[in-house]
Write a protein that binds this ligand. Structure first.
Ligand SMILES: NC(=O)c1ccc[n+]([C@@H]2O[C@H](COP(=O)([O-])OP(=O)(O)OC[C@H]3O[C@@H](n4cnc5c(N)ncnc54)[C@H](OP(=O)(O)O)[C@@H]3O)[C@@H](O)[C@H]2O)c1
Length: 308
């Protein structure tokens, strides 16, 4: 069945904005609930998109939202906080809401590395959520497991770029941690392609970009793309753990011990990118949004180097 009306939970976020835009381009009527409508204001301008303020943690609200939809997409996810609730309990509640509302089609976003035996709570809770939706054999479920996604609004490469802007030395935790960054637009294209593709029912798709990098290589690449010559040093394990311990206590929680544990497992895949999509390389996309240092920034640097 062709999906004309789709509920996108977590549609206000980074991947959501790309997926919702793609669905809107296909003239699909999209409903995006958000705990704060203000957070999703970039979506309000899209012609077929309805942003509603709602707490999807409330089962009755979730069921009401699912009613009269052709498909539900779950993009809710967190990097720190109540993992059990966001990654395990919510997918169970989504399955229940789909059943109650008579919605068969469910697209669920998991993550590469999701594993009930994984070293981090993030990975274990993601695995539980995945299990909950895959066990729902009466629904047509497709699961996606991306590596870390990059794109204009990412909190990954942009964060390294922001750090490189102010810090002359960058101390990278878990420098040998492996990633296969995937362009957010490709992730959204894969999900949009799956929506009406019966062959994707009961499938799990791992989504990785064309190249693998260590975390240190990624930081060096960002410095190079932004034309900032910085000393990038990899921290040993004990110092990486200490950095995570310290940073998780600060506002913004740039790194937590759970994130540190996630990085103990390579975030890479050997699966080919699905739906005939050729994934874009980081080197091709990132220069368009990682701005190089401008003359204003370079002038003090030159003075500093010249000791003037
Ligand atoms: N970005 C990546 O590199 C990456 C990699 C692998 C997997 N993933 C997965 O992909 C999904 C989307 O990621 P993203 O980067 O787009 O995330 P994001 O930008 O942080 O957006 C997450 C969304 O989840 C919603 N949300 C968070 N906690 C919630 C809660 N307790 N109850 C209800 N809604 C909640 C937020 O909605 P409101 O705040 O508007 O209510 C927001 O729209 C997540 O499942 C994530 O784990 C992402």
């Amino acid at each position: 069945m062709k999906a004309d009306k789709v509920l996108v939970l977590g549609g206000s976020g980074f991947i959501g904005r790309h997926l919702v835009a793609q669905l809107a381009r296909r003239e699909i009527k999209v409903t995006v609930p958000s705990r704060r409508r203000e957070r999703a204001k970039h979506l309000i301008v899209l012609p077929t998109v309805d942003v509603v303020e709602a707490n999807v943690g409330d089962h009755a609200v979730l069921e009401r939202l699912a009613r009269a939809q052709d498909a539900v997409v779950n993009l809710v996810g967190i990097l720190h906080g109540d993992f059990e609730r966001a990654h395990a309990e919510l997918p169970q509640a989504i399955v229940a809401a789909c059943r109650a509302a008579g919605v068969r089609r469910l697209l669920h976003m998991s993550a590469l590395g999701a594993d009930v035996q994984g070293p981090s709570e993030y990975q274990r809770s993601k695995a539980k959520g995945e299990q909950a939706v895959r066990e729902a054999k009466d629904l047509d479920v497709t699961v996606f497991r991306p590596s870390v996604a990059f794109g204009p609004e990412d909190r990954f490469l942009n964060r390294f770029a922001a750090m490189a802007r102010f810090m002359p030395v960058l101390a990278v935790p878990c420098p040998q941690a492996r990633f296969q960054p995937v362009y957010v637009g490709d992730v959204a294209r894969a999900m949009a392609a799956a929506l009406d593709d019966n062959a994707s029912h009961a499938k799990v798709y791992e989504l990785g970009g064309p190249h693998e990098y260590t975390l240190k290589q990624l930081v060096e690449l960002v410095c190079s793309l932004t034309e900032r010559r910085r000393l990038v040093i990899g921290l040993p394990e004990w110092a990486s753990r200490m950095q995570a311990f310290a940073l998780e206590k600060l506002p913004g929680r740039l790194l937590t011990r759970d994130n540190y544990r996630s990085m103990q497992v390579p975030n890479t895949t050997r699966s080919p990118f699905p739906f005939g999509i050729v994934p874009q390389a980081l080197e091709a996309v990132a220069p368009a949004y990682l701005l190089p240092s401008g003359p204003r920034e370079r002038y003090p640097q030159l003075r500093w180097r010249a000791r003037r």
